[in-house]
Design a protein. Structure first.
Lengths: 522, 419
């Protein structure tokens, strides 16, 4: 199928989300749609999928102009969409989810669902494209990566030959990313066209045949991975030169600020996820923890920041044990950028100003006894909105109205603007665009240079390598190794993250134990 | 959805203006648009109810359609006129009273307004009680029960301490009423914070407990009035009564206490550090916890204060109107409080306005019935319609083609019972 969008314009009150967009997707092509958050990628695809009506412009399929009134029309025309947030019924099985809406039936009155028939087709599809799923599993029991495969099968089951994937890798681990790319290549080989929405440059370069860059609702240009470079794409996306490498001077580590000894933490289901972990972070250095999601990083951070009660071991901050309560930890001089920014990092319905004092509101100068000092809060908000370049018409807008990058800037502004001894940042740039990532990385390094101890937890290897002065790898609740990022390779870290060990480490452990390696790592 | 947010595309950086007066006025006008149109719509539908419930209308309609419609419209205007005069007084009444120069007559002209304020008083308290809970993410359905326990405590303080001057006795009785309600709110708060017991269930059950408790206490010698067999309490001493606003009228200083309470709740919610915590916990408990706030403390405290406010509603009735406790002092004020809090979007200022509206409807209903024969129940219908329209703002906006800036549509469904 050949898809063409001609002169698509879509306006919302106060903003033009898409202006005069032209885009051609050839049959059997993987076409990356690259742009920062808020560039209009999703709006454009919602226009294509019949969710929005364009104000101007037309959609052509195989040269014929079409108009979609709802997603049903788009599906009938052969367009399949995998949304960023999955549209699955958790308590249904894979088969039931896939057939939902296009149920095959049997029996004299057509009253009975024909699950076996649907099941057979699902198996056919999944074998053809290496989309491994169990058709009888309940969706709620499946990991995110598999749920995504179910979504893809759903579109293929409806015989789509143009697939739109909206930020598909934002929910996946690096390994799952690779599996998804395999599936995409297989689909392409069978003639399916794919529109791949992303803000990650590497992905667009790695998998796409052509790349179209959107910025502020406009098409900036279309290129191919062969012609483009990461730097050039980043510049097209952001509109200015972006440094993809974090510039930082060598660390000057001082006294140990964070000392974690033999820490044991259980998760909500009672499983031990941090299992006798040791870790030290010194003033003026960044320790970055790499690891596949779910190896205890979340619980480790929660234990350090007082959100979770450890089962065993000790955590000392500046040599003193701290009560396991968020406020006690905060008062001990710890800043925390939480992993889930909307859940733990802020109150989305509150204004930017309110969120900027969310954990300091009760202290001078923001409070006079029991009363908030609104002028002081306002002054602080005005200052931080400027200092941290939070893009908003007013500091009195709710945080929920901001883009992901600006929401994160609000949290970063709050946590970075007060003097702290230790900064704990979990997935600080997850889901953010290049411009915001660059900015937040620079700020983290700035905090280190002020003399704070910094602990960064990230599942993105690029990020870990970019920031770390010492690189710790976490696997199954333990720090399995601490490396010098200047000497370590991605492959080496990748192996450690997966639980296998290069020979040298095993010997080192036999010789002096892991703690020795840990201390010598800095 | 994030893709269509306009915020990013208007880089400001330099100046971050505070909303100007004009913008804020426009905001207030927008805020009032839905309630005002809701009232209007409810009155229009109420008019149809009046017309269609008149049997003779249909008989006349076949004989003389024009005349029938004329009478119908006349009837509606007459009924609403009576309702209006019953709630606010009639212009001619005021004019005549002032012309006569007789103080007694002037006072009498203000009776309708006095009745409106009187009916609004307990509603302000229960509305504030429910709103405070909402702001902290709690649904306090127990205002009715808290009202009764507050009334029970307030009545006791009213009759038990003889010989006190009013400026000690009245505050003491008010404090006792607050305490009673607060106790009835503290229990569900504590249970929720400690065990996770849902406050909706607990407060509903505590309503029943409160009703039975009142029936019991009204039979206890020492509380029950001597020489009476029916459940009624001793009479509160005059030194504990709310004095009338103007001698000769029933409206009393309880209404003023309601306004003071509204100011106090407004300060608590929007100016104090404690209210900041309440609202943060209400909007996003995990975010509040990560910021170092205690969800348990906020829950217990908010429920306690909420209960205390509802207790003041009961106290205001006993010390302001009935002067003794019976099991019938509240005509569902606790539940009307839920409607008022919803209608006002849990804002204290809106609660005062909504309470005045409901008070006016209640005050005007009786004269309407006695003058025009339109039953009091019409007022209940109108109240219900107002609430329905306010609860479905999308419906009102659709009806009157109000354009709404920046809607995403989905939020209404995602927010549960927060307003």
């Amino acid at each position: 199928m050949r898809l063409e969008l001609r002169g698509i314009t879509k306006r919302f009150p106060g903003v033009i989300a898409n202006r005069d967009i032209n885009l051609v997707v050839e049959p059997g092509e993987i076409h990356a749609l690259l742009g920062e958050n808020g560039a209009g990628k999703t709006t454009l695809m919602n226009v294509l999928f019949g969710l929005y009506k364009p104000d101007e412009g037309e959609i052509l399929i195989d040269g014929k102009s079409v108009s979609f009134h709802d997603p049903g029309d788009a599906i009938a025309a052969g367009i399949g969409m995998v949304h960023q947030h999955f549209m699955l019924v958790p308590v249904f099985t894979v088969t039931e989810n896939v057939m939902l809406g296009v149920e095959s039936v049997r029996g004299p009155l057509g009253q009975q669902l024909d699950r076996p028939a649907a099941r057979r087709r699902i198996i056919e599809i999944s074998e053809a494209h290496n989309l491994r799923v169990d058709p009888d599993a309940r969706v709620e029991d499946l990991p995110v990566g598999v749920r995504q495969r179910v979504e893809i099968i759903k579109t293929l089951y409806r015989r789509s030959d143009l697939l739109v994937l909206d930020e598909p890798t934002s929910v996946l681990t690096p390994q799952e990313d690779e599996e998804l790319f395999e599936i995409m290549r297989s689909l392409k080989a069978s003639g399916t066209s794919i529109v791949f929405i992303t803000h990650k440059l590497n992905e667009a370069m790695g998998i796409a045949d052509r790349i179209t860059v959107l910025r502020a609702g406009r098409v900036i240009g279309t290129t191919t991975p062969e012609e483009a470079s990461l730097e050039k794409l980043a510049e097209m996306m952001v509109g200015r030169r972006v440094s993809l490498v974090v510039e930082k001077k060598p660390a000057k580590p001082g006294a140990t600020v964070l000392e974690v000894d033999d820490l044991v933490v259980r998760d909500d289901r009672g499983h031990v996820t941090v299992d006798g972990l040791d870790l030290q972070v010194r003033a003026g250095e960044i320790v970055a923890i790499a690891g596949v999601q779910g190896n205890g990083q979340t619980e480790l951070v929660e234990a350090i920041t007082g959100l979770r009660q450890p089962v065993g071991g000790t955590i000392r901050i500046q040599g003193k044990p701290v009560r396991h309560a968020p406020r006690a930890v905060l008062e001990a001089g710890v800043a925390h950028v939480p992993e889930d920014r909307l859940e733990d990092g802020c109150v989305p319905a509150f204004t930017i100003a309110e969120n900027l004092v969310l954990n300091t509101y009760y202290r001078k100068p923001f409070a006079n006894g029991p009363q908030l000092d609104r002028d002081a809060i306002e002054r602080e908000a005005t200052r931080l909105v400027q200092d941290f370049d939070i893009r908003t018409p007013s500091a009195f807008n709710p945080v929920s109205n901001l883009s992901g990058g600006n929401q994160q800037k609000v949290i970063v502004a709050r946590e970075f603007s007060r003097p702290v001894h230790l900064l704990v940042a979990a997935q600080p740039t997850r889901g953010l665009d290049v411009g915001s990532i660059e900015y937040i990385h620079r700020r983290i390094v700035g905090k280190r240079d002020e003399g704070a101890a910094v602990l960064v937890v990230s599942t993105e290897l690029d990020e870990v390598f970019a920031l770390a002065d010492r690189l710790a790898v976490m696997y199954q609740g333990k720090i399995v190794d601490v490396l010098d990022p200047a000497q370590a390779t991605t492959q080496q870290v990748g192996l450690l993250m997966g639980g296998s060990r290069p020979v040298g480490i095993v010997e080192a452990e036999a010789a002096g134990g892991l703690t020795h390696v840990v201390t010598s790592g800095g | 959805m994030a893709e269509q947010r306009p915020a990013d595309e208007r880089p400001t950086g330099e100046d971050v203006p505070r909303p100007s007066v004009r913008v804020r006025l426009a905001g207030i006008a927008r805020g009032l648009a839905v309630p005002v149109l809701a009232i209007f719509s409810a009155l229009v539908i109420g008019a149809f109810v009046i017309v269609l419930s008149d049997v003779t209308f249909f008989e006349r309609l076949s004989a003389d359609p024009g005349g029938a419609l004329g009478t119908a419209i006349g009837g509606v205007l007459e009924a609403y006129g009576a309702l209006f005069r019953g709630a606010l007084g009639s212009p001619t009444g005021y004019a005549e009273a002032f012309a006569s120069g007789d103080p007694a007559q002037i006072t009498k002209a203000f009776v309708p307004i006095s009745e409106t304020l009187l009916a609004a008083t307990p509603l302000i308290f229960t509305g504030l009680a429910v709103a405070l809970g909402f702001q902290c993410g709690l649904f306090n359905i127990g205002a009715e029960g808290q009202l009764y326990v507050g009334a029970m405590f307030g009545t006791f303080a009213g009759f038990a301490f003889a010989g006190l001057p009013w400026f000690i006795h009245l505050p003491l009785a008010i404090g006792a009423g607050f305490l009673g309600g607060a106790l009835w709110g503290f229990v569900p708060g504590l249970l929720k914070a400690r065990t996770g017991a849902h406050e909706v269930i607990v407060t509903i059950m505590l309503n029943y407990t409160a009703y039975r408790l009142i029936e019991y206490i009204l039979k206890v010698p020492g509380y029950q009035r001597e020489g009476r067999n029916d459940p009624i309490s001793k009479v509160a001493l005059e030194s504990s009564w709310f004095p009338p606003l103007i001698e000769g009228l029933r409206a009393n200083w309880g209404f003023v206490l309601g306004l003071v309470a509204a100011l106090a709740v407004s300060w608590l919610l929007f100016r104090s550090t404690r209210g900041f915590e309440f609202r943060a916990v209400g909007f996003n408990p995990s975010g509040a916890r990560a910021a170092g706030m205690s969800i348990a403390v906020s829950t217990i405290l908010a429920m306690t204060i909420s209960g205390g406010l509802a207790g003041l509603a009961g106290t205001s009735i006993v010390l302001g109107v009935t002067h003794s406790l019976t099991s019938g002092i509240s005509a569902g004020f606790g539940f009307d409080g839920i409607a008022i809090a919803l209608m006002a979007g849990s804002r204290p200022r809106g609660i005062v306005l909504a309470s005045l509206l409901f008070g006016a409807l209640r005050a005007g209903a009786t004269p309407m019935q006695s003058i025009t024969g339109v039953p009091i129940d019409l007022v209940v219908v109108i109240q219900a319609l107002v609430i329905m329209f306010v609860a479905a703002p999308a419906l009102v906006r659709e009806l009157y083609r109000i354009r709404v800036p920046e809607t995403t549509g989905l939020e209404t469904f995602a927010k549960g019972w927060r307003v």
